[in-house]
Ligand binder design. Structure first.
Ligand SMILES: C[S@@+](CC[C@H](N)C(=O)[O-])C[C@H]1O[C@@H](n2cnc3c(N)ncnc32)[C@H](O)[C@@H]1O
Length: 285
């Protein structure tokens, strides 16, 4: 008999953390993997959960999108740690992410924020380093901000989260971070507004037919301008390019969209970096 596996009891948006985990583990199993993530494979194997029935069959191309999104976040994290080796990394909606094991530098402090049911599951499954801390609360609850030491640099990330918030909530959260963390960097990801609208109408499902939870917010240039002016301390907003991935969609279609002016803004996924001005007047890094 093998080791006892943990049965997650999740529904709605928290259950989507199992989907992204599943796709990262797929990616990590590929011979031509774009991310090295043995911890994700271990996690999937440690869970007693019908991944295939909920999210679809094991197909290599399933992981293509998650692989390139993850790469962008890991690259941004490594860039931050080069400048702030002892800084604090705050991952909003940490889910069952294993970025700590992929990209930690042995010195930074990590704060993961997620809803209580996910934090409980994460604690059962993943060993915690003394430099890691989990906070069970909504990202919209300012409580987590009180736990962040801003003195050695702060990176705040939000992958796969903001689309579940209302537009005003997204802008309020970014503005609150700009107010509380001068000099910090925030990186967030979102579907485009057109895709978010389709998801809100319940028109999208996983390859196994499971409905995807409705989304309320999406990104496009207009929304970028609204965010840029959400707080005077928002100094810079950059739309980050996605690396060229594999296959028809991520290897050919998306790179073509990215370099073709008339359709550029139709890209389905946006990853945005926001830099908050530093009240001390120090240059942005
Ligand atoms: C698509 S998953 C993304 C998880 C992880 N970032 C990843 O990429 O694998 C969405 C996550 O958002 C979390 N979430 C939903 N609402 C939240 C909230 N109000 N505050 C914090 N986390 C939330 C869910 O619990 C879940 O872990």
């Amino acid at each position: 008999m093998g080791p006892q596996r943990t049965r997650p009891d999740l529904g709605g948006v928290p259950e989507t953390a199992l989907w992204t985990l599943y796709t990262r583990a797929h990616e990590a199993r590929r011979p031509d993997r774009l991310i090295v993530d043995p911890e994700a494979i271990k996690l999937v194997d440690a869970l007693d959960y019908p991944f295939r029935e909920r999210f679809g069959p094991d197909k290599w191309d399933m992981a293509d999108g998650e692989a390139i999104r993850t790469r962008v976040f890991d690259d941004e994290l490594r860039r931050f740690l080069q400048n702030h080796p002892e800084g604090t990394v705050v991952t909003l909606a940490e889910g069952l992410e294993t970025q700590f094991w992929r990209a930690d530098n042995g010195q930074a402090r990590w704060i993961g924020v997620d809803l209580p049911e996910i934090v409980k599951l994460r604690r059962c499954l993943l060993p915690e380093s003394p430099r890691q801390r989990l906070i069970a609360c909504s990202a919209l609850d300012d409580h987590w901000m009180n736990e962040v030491d801003p003195t050695r640099g702060v990176l705040i990330t939000a992958k796969g989260l903001f689309q579940y918030f209302q537009p005003a909530e997204v802008r309020r959260l970014i503005a609150a971070c700009a107010e509380r963390f001068p000099g910090a960097v925030m990186v967030f990801e979102a579907p485009s507004r057109w895709l978010s609208t389709r998801m809100r109408q319940g028109r999208l499902r996983t390859p196994a037919g499971t409905p995807i939870p409705p989304t309320y917010w999406g990104m496009d240039p207009k929304e970028g301008r609204r965010i840029r002016t959400a707080h005077p301390n928002i100094a810079e907003l950059t739309d980050l390019p996605l690396p060229v991935g594999r296959g028809k969609v991520y290897g050919r279609l998306l790179p073509w969209i990215a370099r073709t002016p008339v359709v550029r803004n139709w890209k389905p996924v946006w990853i945005t970096r926001v830099r908050f001005g530093d009240a001390s007047g120090a240059p942005l890094r």
